[in-house]
Design a protein around this ligand. Structure first.
Ligand SMILES: Nc1ncnc2c1ncn2[C@@H]1O[C@H](COP(=O)(O)OP(=O)(O)OP(=O)(O)O)[C@@H](O)[C@H]1O
Ligand SMILES: [Mg+2]
Length: 217
């Protein structure tokens, strides 16, 4: 049975797809069987990233696009034949976030350190708490970690948001994902930042992957 990792946040544009894609490539490069599930039927950004990847004949990662209705069934089905199912959450459609969490083992929450994102995070964490309690009453566990994305510790606002999140008593991954052109470029060409050859970004993803593996395996 696979570990199911949901990359989710109620806010759009925080790096859900970026983190999901790079985590997928990273776990694949370690020899795991990985499937990426795109839940954003409007933008399909991870599906399109996968098509660009296929065109370049890079190591294949299975991709699936799922609608809200089929989500739980499809993820559980894919879990049977993979080591990791990574779900790229979609923005705003809050019911999708709940449904993904219901079947996940771990929720990875990318946060871009603006004041705006802090508010969305609080809302998302309240939702997580509800789902977690429901699962616990059925004897199941759900873990969560926040990952700072597009982070620059020399920017005061970034640090302030980080400090505020620390007070929420939530796990924050030690790895901070910096604001780097490599993340944008990798998405455009269907790659992971490691395949693109950006060392600093590759180290960030490698480090995040290690932290995630320590939680789910
Ligand atoms: N660490 C980063 N450094 C630089 N650019 C980034 C970083 N993370 C994400 N981006 C860019 O920010 C934009 C939004 O990222 P992404 O699409 O991953 O967010 P998302 O949460 O999936 O958005 P949506 O809610 O629309 O699905 C993209 O253009 C992406 O390339
Ligand atoms: Mg996205």
């Amino acid at each position: 049975m696979a570990s199911i990792i949901a990359v989710a946040n109620l806010k759009g544009g925080v790096g859900k797809s970026t983190i999901a894609q790079n985590l997928g490539v990273s776990l694949r490069s370690l020899g795991h069987k990985v499937c990426l599930v795109d839940t954003d039927i409007e933008q399909k950004s991870t599906m399109e990233w996968g098509e660009r990847r296929e065109a370049r004949e890079l190591p294949t990662i299975q991709l699936a696009l799922s609608t809200e209705e089929r989500l739980a069934r499809e993820i559980n089905e894919l879990a049977k034949s993979h080591d990791f199912v990574i779900v790229d959450g979609s923005p705003a459609l809050s019911e999708v976030a709940t449904k993904i969490m219901m079947v996940a083992d771990l929720v990875v929450v990318p946060v871009m350190p603006s004041g705006n994102d802090y508010g969305a995070l609080e809302k998302f964490l309240a939702r997580y708490d509800d789902v977690k309690s429901m699962l616990e009453s059925r004897g199941m566990v759900l873990d969560l970690g926040v990952v700072m994305n597009g982070y620059n510790d020399r920017i005061i606002v970034n640090r302030a948001v980080y400090e505020a999140i620390k007070k929420l008593e939530v796990r924050i991954f030690q790895t901070e994902i910096g604001h780097r052109a490599a993340y944008q470029e990798a998405n455009l060409v269907g790659m992971g930042v490691g395949e693109l050859g950006d060392r600093k970004a590759a180290q960030e993803i490698e480090s995040l992957t290690k932290e995630i593996l320590a939680l789910v395996s």
